[in-house]
Design a protein. Sequence first.
Length: 257
Amino acid sequence: MIKVVIIEDEAPAVRKLKRFLEELNEPITVVAELTTVEGAVAFFKNGKAVDIVFSDIELTDGNAFDIYKEVIPSCPIIFATAYNQFLMDAFESNGIAYLLKPFSFDRFEKAWQKFKLLYQSKPELNNSIIEKLGVLLGQPPAQRNYRTRFSINTATGTYFLETSDVVFFNAEEGVVFAIDHQGKNHLLTQATLKQIEEEVDPKLFFRINRAQLVHKTYVAGMERYNKNTLAIKLKTGGSSLITSQSTTSAFKDWVEK
């Protein structure tokens, strides 16, 4: 469940944001609706878990940047405001997008997909998102060691599969397989695809749907599958992999980088 905080002192604007969030058709919950600088500071000082903040700038009791001078949320912020003069300030305060009112659902969805690109492969702790946010904002990323091989257990012993040889990971009926460049399936000890996501480099692997995590090196191309999904063609041949509606836009951004 993606936890959202809305900082906005105009009721119609809150209703619009909540309506757009509902139209995304994703597992989202609004954990707080805040209308003042004072209330927002108190909320963030409590250290409650939040994944994304939608923030107006001019509030009843002051400027939203007064919030972020006192306490910086450990998550990205999408600013939604009627004023365009705060753009640079926004991107110095964990901002990843700037929606100028009145904005359309299309612009809102693009900002959301930018957030989802950061959210992909998110571990339980927020520090991974902040590392990715730093990269997005041009800050040098902290060094992290990602898995380079997997141990595959068999009845006769154990062998190793190099991560670089994995074309995609596939989860089905409670088990996870790695499919290599020769088309061979390897049964992994990891119980969930989420666990795999947290162990591999997000620059190289992307969760395209609930069941599959694809390796960028082996993506040969893509074509439209239906209105909101893509068919991913692999260099190794075989059946195409299909993105889900909620990942299509973020996948297109990711695969071109």
